[in-house]
Design a protein around this ligand. Sequence first.
Ligand SMILES: O=C(O)c1ccccc1NCC(=O)[C@H](O)[C@H](O)COP(=O)(O)O
Length: 208
Amino acid sequence: MGMRTRVKFCGITRREDAIHAARLGADAIGLVFYPKSPRAVSPQQACQIVRGLPPFVTVVGLFVNAAARYLHQVLDRVPIDILQFHGEESPEECNRYGRPYVKAIRMAEGVDLLGLEQAYGSASALLLDTYQIGVAGGTGQVFDWSRVPEGLSKGIILAGGLTPENVAQAVMKVRPYAVDVSGGVEQNKGVKDAAKMAAFMRGVDSVN
Ligand SMILES: O=C(O)c1ccccc1NCC(=O)[C@H](O)[C@H](O)COP(=O)(O)O
């Protein structure tokens, strides 16, 4: 049996969704600190969401080209375990906070993943997300999974348009370290659907 694929539920805005994620055995929840996102949370909301979360559920703080000052403000207030940079942050910027981080790569045409893996050598993992002009992330669209090259040495976090229906196929095809989902388990933007979250976990477990 191979290693179990980790699961991250991203764009959590309600405490009950965070607790449900933990009960289902999710490995991580993502909080979006990007004011333009419909799933954005303030530091205060974030603290309420993670309060009472059981241990060993990783809290990921997602930022898009954020000012260092804002990022420090969030880190001072919210117990974040790992940063996710979802914009055009350079490796130097990602390293500036002395915290583990994941770098999101939008799968635009011609993207050189092997080169990016070298450039972001200090990243814990690369997160691969769908490229859509003018949208920073949370597109709800899949990209062509066959574009993930073999020979990457870091774990891949697969994102972009995953759903309870397609996640098993995605895991079989890409064999990622983890899968990351937002829109595919929502009722409305920012509001997760408990049944869809459970179905998503079952989809992942069906392959492991
Ligand atoms: O969720 C957002 O609104 C968002 C905005 C800007 C940058 C990133 C954003 N979300 C990132 C994610 O939630 C994940 O990449 C997600 O797994 C992909 O989203 P989805 O296709 O909806 O599953």
